[in-house]
Ligand binder design. Structure first.
Ligand code: CTP
Ligand code: MG
Length: 383
């Protein structure tokens, strides 16, 4: 019986992203709303043949990595070194055994079938790497052309690359201080057999600002529009003011509710949660929980917006209709629109507040309470 060998994906993320530039190293920068490193980890963590994912990070990156990977099981981050090869070695020593998939954080979209091909190839080789043919003409030279090179002899080598941890450590020791940017070459130099499998354009590394822009565009094209609706009612009770759309509106009566009874923000929150298919406001903030007693409802709205944005979503528009005889909404409409826009970090043009009466019919017509109905349009990645 064959013993199953543990497969660990080792994601190196200890670089400084010099060529891309920017305030934070690229692996922590948000790509389509999610950190690049998080995307690289998520692409591998759910694969049925990957048992664990570990990350290698820079000494000064502990806080950034914790926030980028919140909620993902990656164990203790491993400390990297000055060169990529040092980071890989530190990772291998921490893993110590089994099969490793050495992968760059700078390649956020690893297709699952690449992992299958790599692991299958290890049945007959010591290592396996994804490669792609070169399609552009290749030439020697610096600025001046010094003759072309036959591209049929050339391959683009990508990551993840699959090895047995002990083989790769052995090969790295054999190589000593001679540095190669690619593990498969190190393995070959040590006399071990490296197989090639079909790579994938999705694995291309994000190195320059242009690479980043293209990845953003690709993600944007994958976003689909989604719509959600929300509805809420609060009964008049006690004395005013009424809080609607985050604005205090003078009125004889107040509204009954566990929180601040902001009927407008509640309806919009539910519309956003609905658009993202993330349940409803009562699930996220149960009325039975004392911590929400008297709570300002902008927290609920903000939470819904954050849930969408951490999933790479974008809010395009919200529209709310308030249904009541009194108070008159018109004089407060602009303030409510501005407040909702501020909470959701949208422009006021992306927020619509409307009002109507029910011609004295029904509970709103009898002035027993206020109802609000909202619709939200968002865009989210298809996953
Ligand atoms: N890397 C690493 N340790 C280093 C250098 C690089 O773990 N000392 C990682 C990077 O974080 C990246 C991968 O190796 O995920 C590929 O390297 P590269 O694209 O060159 O990233 P950076 O080195 O960060 O970028 P640059 O070379 O532009 O500074
Ligand atoms: Mg580098």
């Amino acid at each position: 019986m064959r013993v199953k060998v543990r497969v660990t994906a080792l994601i190196v993320a200890a670089g400084s992203g010099q060529r891309l530039g920017g305030d934070v190293p690229k692996q922590y920068r948000l790509l389509g709303g999610r950190p690049l490193l998080r995307r690289a980890v998520e692409a591998l963590i759910g694969h049925p043949r990957v048992d664990a994912v570990r990350v290698v990070v820079g000494a000064d990156q502990q806080e950034q990595v914790a926030s980028a990977l919140v909620g993902l099981e990656v164990g203790q981050p491993i400390l990297g070194g000055p060169e990529r090869a040092d980071s890989v070695r530190n990772g291998l020593e921490a893993i110590s055994e089994g099969i490793v998939l050495v992968h760059d954080a700078a390649r956020p979209f690893c297709p699952p079938d690449v992992v299958d091909r790599l692991l299958d190839a290890l049945a007959t080789a010591d290592g396996a790497v994804p490669v792609l043919p070169v399609s552009d003409t290749l030439a020697k030279g610096d600025r001046e052309l010094r003759g072309t090179v036959s591209r049929t002899q050339m391959l683009r080598v990508q990551t993840p690359q699959a090895f047995h941890v002990d083989d790769l450590l052995f090969a790295m020791n054999e190589a000593g201080s001679s540095r190669d940017t690619d593990e498969s070459t190190v393995l070959q130099h040590a006399g071990l057999k490296v197989a090639t499998i079909a790579g994938d354009e999705m694995l291309d590394k994000l190195t320059t600002a242009r690479d980043w822009e293209k990845a953003e565009m690709m993600l944007a094209s994958r976003m689909i529009s989604r719509t959600g609706m929300g509805f809420d009612v609060h009964a008049f009770e006690g004395t005013g003011p009424i809080i609607m759309g985050g604005v205090a509106i003078p009125h004889d009566h107040g509204l009954a509710g566990h929180s601040d009874a902001d009927v407008v923000l509640h309806a919009i929150t539910d519309a956003l949660l609905g658009a993202a298919a993330l349940g409803d406001i009562g699930q996220h903030f149960p009325p039975s929980d004392p911590q929400w007693k008297g709570a300002s409802s902008d927290r609920f709205l903000l939470h819904a917006a954050e849930l969408i944005r951490t999933r790479g979503g974008e809010i395009d528009h919200v529209d709310c209709t308030v249904v009541c005889e009194t108070p008159k909404v018109g004089p407060h409409r602009a303030a409510m629109q501005a407040k909702v826009a501020e909470i959701l970090q949208l422009s006021p043009a992306q927020v619509s507040i409307k009002a109507t009466t029910t011609e004295r019919l029904g509970f709103t017509g009898r002035q027993e309470g206020i109802a609000a109905q909202a619709v939200a349009s968002i865009r989210m990645e298809v996953r």
